[in-house]
Design a protein around this ligand. Structure first.
Ligand code: ADP
Ligand code: MG
Length: 255
């Protein structure tokens, strides 16, 4: 007998990211200590926490923009700090969207999106045209295909940065405060593209201060403080988590 979708079959999903007891030092300072976190396929994990708590460093360790000093990080079961591993391959699997967009200023919007897959995945001209059309349509910027980043608004730049990240067909997308550098009127358009992206079935780790957004998209919310994960909060409990003193004083500061 066939199983319909509503039956109570427990789906076992793999961990796309597995972070085990990592430590990261800068000079004499330990900025990540004993951090462990697993993210399953299509799970959306939001990380919150005060400035300097290690959120960016954690994301940067996941795609090897920084190197860990102890522990392990596996992506799709593979140890990304294994000696013989190709760092470009890691950055194809875990792509980052930065606070300050980091678009290539000397390249058109289309080229910004297709450069990575052309170089690393050997896309043909036709595939590359199709890919950029699809993604530009998805982020609502098809008409900007031939524009240069300097002629885009901040919100548009960030939507292009998201399209560029998706072009790699990554296993996981990492967002590091993607709306914090934007004028307030542009935050909504970027959050809405992010929402569509992750709701469409994507594994994501998102650092953000947008609490309403977090409650809407997150499967889990992780609170970091002083280089450690100090709490995990179910999104529906975020407003009630005020009994935890550190979380509550953080939330009071940002709203
Ligand atoms: P968050 O993203 O939560 O604001 P960060 O991960 O940027 O925090 O920073 C965590 C700590 O690591 C801070 O104390 C910061 O000053 C320090 N740090 C981050 N990057 C570097 C670096 N490249 N060199 C030295 N210290 C750094
Ligand atoms: Mg940061």
């Amino acid at each position: 007998m066939g199983r319909n979708k509503k039956s109570n079959v427990i789906e076992i999903k793999n961990n796309v990211i597995e972070i085990r007891n990592i430590r990261k030092d800068f000079d004499q300072q330990t900025v990540l200590e004993n951090v462990s976190l697993s993210v399953r396929e299509n799970e959306v994990v939001v990380i919150i926490g005060p400035s300097g708590s290690g959120k960016s460093t954690l994301l940067r360790c996941i795609n090897k923009l920084e190197k860990i000093d102890d522990g392990k990080i596996l992506i799709d079961q593979e140890d990304i700090y294994r000696k013989d591993i190709n760092n470009n391959a890691i950055r194809e699997q875990a792509v980052m969207v930065f606070q300050h967009f980091n678009l290539f200023a000397n390249l058109t919007v289309k080229k910004n999106i297709t450069l990575g897959p052309e170089k690393l995945q050997g896309l043909s001209q036709q595939e590359s045209d199709e890919l950029s059309e699809t993604l530009l349509q998805r982020v609502g910027l098809l008409d900007k295909k031939d524009a240069y980043p300097e002629n885009l608004s901040g919100g548009q730049k960030q939507r292009i940065a998201i399209a560029r990240a998706l072009a790699m067909k990554p296993k996981v997308i990492l967002f590091d405060e993607p709306t914090s550098a934007l004028d307030p009127e542009m935050v909504g358009e970027v959050l809405s593209v992010m929402k569509e992206t992750v709701k469409g079935g994507m594994t994501a780790v998102i650092v953000t201060h947008e609490m309403n957004f977090a409650k809407e998209v997150a499967d889990r919310i992780i609170f970091m403080d002083q280089g450690k994960i100090v709490a995990e909060i179910a999104p529906e409990n975020l407003d009630a988590s005020h009994e935890n003193q550190r979380i509550s004083s953080f939330l009071q500061k940002i709203v």
